[in-house]
Write a protein that binds this ligand. Sequence first.
Ligand code: NAP
Length: 274
Amino acid sequence: MMRLGLIGFPLDHSLSPKIHNAALKAGGLEGSYSLIPVPPHGRRMLEKVLSELRSGEQSGLNVTIPHKMEIIPFLDGLTPVAQAIGAVNTIFCRNQKLIGDNTDAPAFLTDLKRCFSFRDNRPHSALIFGASGAARAVAYSLSLEGWEVNIFSRRMEAADQIAAQIKNTRAFSSFPLPAVLTGLDLVVNATPLGMEPDVDKSPWPEGQPFPDGTAVYDLVYTPRQTRIVREAQSQGLRAVTGLGMLVEQAALAFELWTGELVPRESLFESVSQT
Ligand code: NAP
């Protein structure tokens, strides 16, 4: 009996139970995936859930806002990816040791390649909005693939921190960025701007056209078409929201906990009507 769950706050609109229950069904496994709301600074609750994972009462945990970075001191170790990013979205237990991993980074890259191709051989260039856990995961995965990464954040200090830790990364805090916008291949939204209920928001500056040929990847997936995606598409550009990344990060976490490979189609189906 697999007992899986998600720690975070708030969790009311999470799609993770649907995806993981579909994964359990596809793998023919008995179990459940629960939402475990832990408010910011809920240290006691975090310790309790983690002790259940250590004792085997829980089989695996996901972590989301606001605990992706704060949970690290409670763990016994990190995978190299989580260590490099400094944020955890998946925890598993091996030999009674709690290990934090980050499946957002490989999931982003897999879905990016599924959605877009960047064929020519020159180094590619990306602009990422946001400077928190998700932005770090995206910057790390692009940097590993040889991309030049530009981080744009309203807090220069947060962007600077990423630039100092992840190679090929530069930090910005104000538009316009002529040097960056020339030859830009990819824009990534790693902020909540545009997410329900604030669907009229976008991180892209009002009235500024997107550079020709740029692709747009919005990590937000509610609604399925966000303002930045709609505006990029109306300019004839390729643009997608982040449902594919969400499904892939869940599938990778599920594989870590259960050893079962999951057909992605059945996971997509579980959230296609929502
Ligand atoms: P987070 O920790 O809340 O960070 C959000 C980032 O956005 C921070 O850098 C924050 O800047 C910035 N931000 C927030 N409101 C802003 C505003 N009004 N104007 C400018 N910047 C603003 O969230 P996260 O975990 O990194 O996730 C970011 C987004 O990605 C969320 O919407 C999340 O749902 C999505 N996500 C999707 C997937 C997926 O699988 N598709 C995976 C992970 C995350 P400050 O620090 O200055 O507040």
